[in-house]
Design a binder for this molecule. Sequence first.
Ligand SMILES: [Zn+2]
Ligand SMILES: [Zn+2]
Length: 103
Amino acid sequence: MSLGCVRHNDRPATVYCTSCKSAICDSCTLATHFDHDRQLIGEFVQQRRLELRDHSVVVEHRQRQVDNEVERVRRASDKLIRTQSFSLYLDFLALTLIHYRLR
Ligand SMILES: [Zn+2]
Ligand SMILES: [Zn+2]
């Protein structure tokens, strides 16, 4: 992936200006952004990649929690169906829906 400079479309961005949150080329680095916080574009891209990876780990973890919860509810409702308490089962489902909605 290569980024272009935000000001000069035809020039590749070599630096990411953290102050302006934009990818910029060499000449922009020397001109407008010389006293700004900057990092090399490669480092910036690498960092974003790591952040994305961390984020997907969090999402996976959350997905597992939801799966466990669904499994728990499924097992509990199986038990309720087996005891033939159908109205109790419906109450249970309603409570579960409220529980999910409140979160
Ligand atoms: Zn530029
Ligand atoms: Zn800047």
